[in-house]
Design a protein around this ligand. Sequence first.
Ligand SMILES: *Cc1c(COP(=O)(O)O)cnc(C)c1O
Length: 228
Amino acid sequence: MTDITYHLAEVRARIERALERAGRAADSVTIVAVSKQQPADVVKAAFLAGQCHFGENYVQEALGKMSQLRDVPLIWHYIGRIQSNKARHIAEQFDWVHTVDRLSIATRLHDHRPWHADPLNVFIQVNQTGRPDRAGVLDSELEPLAREMKRLTRLRVRGLMTIPLPGASHDDVTAQFRRLRRTGEALADAGLTAGELSIGMSADFERAIAEGATCVRIGTAIFGQREH
Ligand SMILES: *Cc1c(COP(=O)(O)O)cnc(C)c1O
């Protein structure tokens, strides 16, 4: 077995155990393999090991891989910051976007989503750090944003996403995930989202699953350390 096959099997086994501990159904989490900085042949190797969902942070890098892999039925997730001049490429080429945090970007994604494609699946990114320099909509602005986005018929608002501050303690991360879950449940009850949660990366995906993650975004644990 190659490293990627082995690492994927290990990640899947850990996810299965975390779901079992949480009393959740075995297929209730989607693994998004974060393939930033990984070349197309590595993505292909992961696909051959059964991985279908891939996450990318940089539009140009992703477009290159998509064109090299256009014959492979991959599902692409955009998980990076969205510059407004890249929104068209994102709306045309990706299936999911995890990082929508303002109405102007949501509107651009909606306007550029091709009419023949399914609505674009989106998560609203929430900034729970209390730091204004971090990406994500502040808690206080979340519900109005979700209400406006509900009207954008070319988007399907799946739920909420957050990224804890690097270096946050386990307890802090768990508390943030739990708070996001409660906020997400309230929005879903109000009919504004589908109640899904994109939380959990290599360091904390088991805790995220315990807090209700439906999508985990895993890079290092599958592909190994990235170069910087
Ligand atoms: C890079 C990245 C990940 C994956 O991080 P790992 O720690 O390598 O699993 C997940 N989400 C986002 C938004 C990222 O930028």
